[in-house]
Design a protein around this ligand. Structure first.
Ligand code: BGP
Length: 468
């Protein structure tokens, strides 16, 4: 691994930061959920498929613990830390007055990171849509939200550009066509005649927002690097039957390559455009002047990788019990792979395959900004220890795969930032699905405790991945 490889960890504001009712923050979609349990139940349907959504107002309380947390990250030797900015901490209504207390909070966090030689890697939008923009414009469905986003990112670049070198635009935006209603406040079902037009509009607006952010970043911060962030969902054919191979190809095309082709090749592909036209959408041609602008092209590709899936015609092996994304993809069980207790396949080789696929296709550096094993098995013992050999094993195998991709396959990779490095709430609000090197005791004021994996990861970083 190269000497400047960015070892670190990853979080998002709505799952980790807390302080929802402090410092002048406005409500996001998740704050509304916290205050309204009925909406929470409704929102969970069709999204993460769970009914466990709870209260996001405190989560892991990074808002009050950031100094201690950054100290712990420094002790592990972190070179980088991924976090997101809560849009409503900067602009409480999404597009109105600036909240100086919010600017001051993030400036303090970034300064503290820099004091410890940790590079912030900052996601501009990790799903916490301002509620006011949902109420007024239906979130990304309204072009006005894109205008609000433009204002928001310019503030971020102006205020934080002196501290932040690595930026990510919209978290896992390749999923938007699959989940267009999320965060819009609209209930549109696939059966509605309006559905296709709606889904493409939401998707298209997020793309305009993405291209604008990239171009603006390059203009305002020439030294900075900005990338996209995708959810990987690598699919294998279930068998060597060409029908299965074709279904896997289609899956990878629709979930990954259609989106990255758009971002890296300067516009919707011919296939994509024809599909939109066939569905009577004219959206593909609106406001696309930025799409092919060279300065709106990303500098790197970042992605999450947790599992791989299988595609095929064999419906009987459809994985009906797997939670969350795998369920959404209607994936099939891979008979060759073991699964986590949450039904996610464990496939380190898939990470190496994916890295090769992405790098060969786009010739851009990669950054792994999410990976890890979410479990409910972490137990805080009486002497305040957490023994998590399963996590060490999972990460060891995946880091080995990254090393092989980098050292043997010559893939360019900027860093490895496993998800939830300090325990946080899962996307569904489940706080018992833990990923961290550091345990957060939600029953006792969010006190932090090092797990066994803490010292293991510290040594991995110290030896630059030589000792796993
Ligand atoms: C990704 C999201 C993260 C995170 C992660 C783990 O899709 O970007 O926000 O939540 O998945 O998933 P979960 O929280 O369901 O365990």
């Amino acid at each position: 691994m190269q000497n400047d490889f960015l070892w670190g960890g990853s979080t998002s504001a709505f799952q980790f930061e807390g302080g929802a009712n402090e410092g002048g923050k406005g409500d996001s979609f998740y704050d509304t959920i916290s205050k309204n349990s009925k909406l929470a139940q409704e929102s969970s349907e069709g999204w993460m498929g769970l009914n466990k959504i709870k209260d996001y107002s405190v989560t892991s309380d990074f808002y009050h613990h950031y100094e201690e947390d950054i100290q712990l990250m420094a002790e592990m030797g972190f070179k980088a830390f991924r976090m997101s900015i809560a849009w409503t901490r900067i602009l409480p209504t999404g597009d109105g007055e600036i909240n100086q207390t919010g600017i001051d909070f993030y400036s303090d966090v970034f300064k503290t990171l820099k004091e410890h030689d940790i590079e912030p890697v900052v996601t501009l939008y990790h799903w916490d849509m301002p509620q006011s923009l949902i109420d007024r414009y239906h979130g990304w469905y309204g072009i006005e939200t894109v205008e609000a986003f433009k204002k928001y990112v310019e503030i971020c670049f102006r205020e934080f550009g002196q501290y932040v070198k690595y930026w990510l635009t919209l978290n896992e935006n390749n999923l938007t066509l699959k989940l267009p209603a999320f965060g819009t406040g609209m209930k549109v079902s696939k059966k509605d005649s309006f559905y296709n037009e709606f889904a493409y509009r939401v998707y298209h607006n997020t793309n305009i927002a993405h291209f604008y952010a990239v171009k603006k970043c390059h203009e305002m911060l020439p030294e900075a690097k900005i990338g996209c962030m995708i959810a990987s969902s690598l699919s294998y054919p279930l068998t060597s039957d060409p029908e299965d191979v074709f279904m896997a190809l289609k899956h990878n095309q629709e979930l990954t390559y259609d989106y990255l082709d758009l971002l890296c090749r300067g516009g919707y592909t011919r296939k994509n455009k024809l599909e939109m036209e066939a569905k009577k959408s004219t959206i593909a041609s609106e406001n696309t002047d930025l799409f092919s602008n060279p300065s709106a092209k990303i500098d790197f590709i970042s992605f999450s990788y947790y599992f791989s899936v299988c595609s095929g015609t064999e419906q009987s092996s459809a994985d009906e019990n797997a939670e969350t994304l795998q369920m959404m993809y209607q994936a099939l069980k891979n008979p060759k792979l073991k699964e986590s207790s949450f039904g996610w396949t464990i496939d380190p080789k898939g990470l190496r395959i994916l890295m090769n696929e992405l790098y060969d296709r786009y010739q851009l550096p990669l950054m792994i900004v999410e990976n890890g094993l979410g479990v409910k098995d972490d137990i805080l013992t009486e002497d305040k220890k957490v023994h998590d050999p399963y996590r060490i094993e999972y990460l060891k195998q995946h880091i080995q795969a990254v090393k092989e991709a980098v050292d043997e396959d010559n893939v360019e990779c900027l860093g490895y930032l496993p998800w939830g490095c300090i325990d946080l709430y899962s996307a569904s609000g489940d706080r018992d699905k833990r990923y961290g090197f550091i345990y957060v005791d939600y029953e006792d004021n969010c006190k932090r405790y090092k797990k066994d994996s803490f010292n293991w990861y510290k040594n991995v970083i110290q030896t630059n991945g030589e000792e796993l």
